[in-house]
Design a protein around this ligand. Sequence first.
Ligand code: FES
Ligand code: MG
Length: 601
Amino acid sequence: AELKIHGSSKKKSSSSPRELRSRKWFGPNVNPSMGAIYIERYLNYGITQDELTSGKPIIGIAQSGSDLVPCNRYHLELSKRIREGIREAGGIAFEFPIHPIQETLRRPTACLDRNFAYLGLVEILFGYPLDGVVLLTGCDKTTPACLMAAATVNIPALVLNVGPMINGYHKGELSGSGMVVWKGRELLSAGEMTRDEFVEYAATGTPSVGHCNTMGTASTMNALAEALGMALPGSAAIPAPYRERPQCAYETGKQIVEMVLTDRKPSDIMTREAFENAIVVNTAIGGSTNAPIHVTAIAKHMGVDLTVEDWDTVGYEVPLLLNMQPAGEYLGEEYFRAGGLPAIMAELLDAGKLHPDALTCNGRTVADNVRGKHSWDRRVIHEYSKPMLENAGFRHLSGTLFDSAVMKTCVISEEFRGRFLQNPDDPDAFEGPVVVFDGPEDYHRRIEDESTPIDEKTLLIIRGTGPLGYPGAAEVVNMHPPGRLLKKGVHSLPCIGDGRQSGTSGSPSILNASPEAAAGGNLAILQTGDRVRVDLRKRRVDILISDEEIKSRQEKLNAEGGYHGPESQTPWQEIFRKETDQLSQGMVLREALKYQRLAQK
Ligand code: FES
Ligand code: MG
């Protein structure tokens, strides 16, 4: 596959040179008593006064890798090549850490840290003399946290992800990160695997440095950063250990300096057109259900009008082109060798599905970057006219159970379709009795209990798992059926919840339901045994009980003080619960939206 990282191109011609932001700290007009203080401490590790004061662009490197964040840890190496690129192009690099966000270790959930890291990064980008920043991303929430902050501050910013791990294998079969955990859990629960065997099996999905090698939230959000124009074309899919990755790091360092010199900012790149391109791309790659949450958040901080409904209207009728787990078979290495994201976007461009003129980080348009970059490997990246699946986007659903939820339709299996969507009179609808769980602990406690009334027609409901109920919103809606059904070959039941689910999950859950139970949504009044109806054509999910009954249950719950999740355990959890909006609104900090384009103020 030909995959070339582009360097700088067109430069804006400006007659009067713009004063760099860092000159307010290091320029000749700074009050000498303060200027000395700004400079002196930075000399103590060997930077010279001349380097700081000569007017070279000062470029931040926002380091997200550490021992606590193994998914991004290889960035500690990659940043050396970024520094060389920055220096080569005439800039000065300042590397600094951001708050760690590790998907797999952080309790109660890593998503609690997305807004925390965002706030911290905004303060750093605004409060220090940075002219531009390279955002080192990878693991799921690191990418949106960085892009949200870049949007708020609006200094030139460029994303470099760490890249997916190489392929993992188990007994000759591909082991996709995350996917093997879900499969292993089923085997464990069906009694076919011991705890030690489970750990060993799960680790086959973790064969090298890098982020998840499936199209989970990490690969998705980094593909969307590239689709938005915020990462070099062709960069997102490069596997972490490949030689192209440090080469790309070097090009990223050079490119950010060019972006500072031409003043190409997030607001020039992340336009409504760019966000629509990202939504279309998300369907074509079979992207994560976390994407609508994070992309909505980035758009809100950028001041671009975008709603979850746009994912259905703009993205539903796009075909699935990428054959990668969880929606398909392959992993990151095949995806990269088949041409990576530019090969996907070349198909979408030819089909008229992209805004071709959207500006990207390198000064070229989307069309300039991807035109003609079609894949040679049609097992992995399908032609637009011969897709994996037509109409493969998210359905946006509403009804009496919630105002907003999404369903990833491209992961509906034939087995699931056979049990729930085969009524000839009504092929897009199903209904059934529900079993309600209050959070993941309740689910784990009762799922294997014989007295929990679950059969192959039951709908599983989980509540108390939204941003307020379970601060950060738990990734738990993909609930597997009890072992007794798994043994009979029933691998999935419809799941509905106010939480999220892992991007590596192949479950067609109805999730991100807003308002959540803890925010007064009707999930709170649902009882085990009630019937719920899902109609994908009408895009509705309704409780099949009378309006009077709904009203009286609401009144009773309100009299009891409403639905509550567990107590906050830390100061931030309490602040988060007070200040944070629902998943349909991107789970942003409401107050933060008042502050936009800080670098221009
Ligand atoms: Fe970190 Fe998947 S868990 S990238
Ligand atoms: Mg996850």
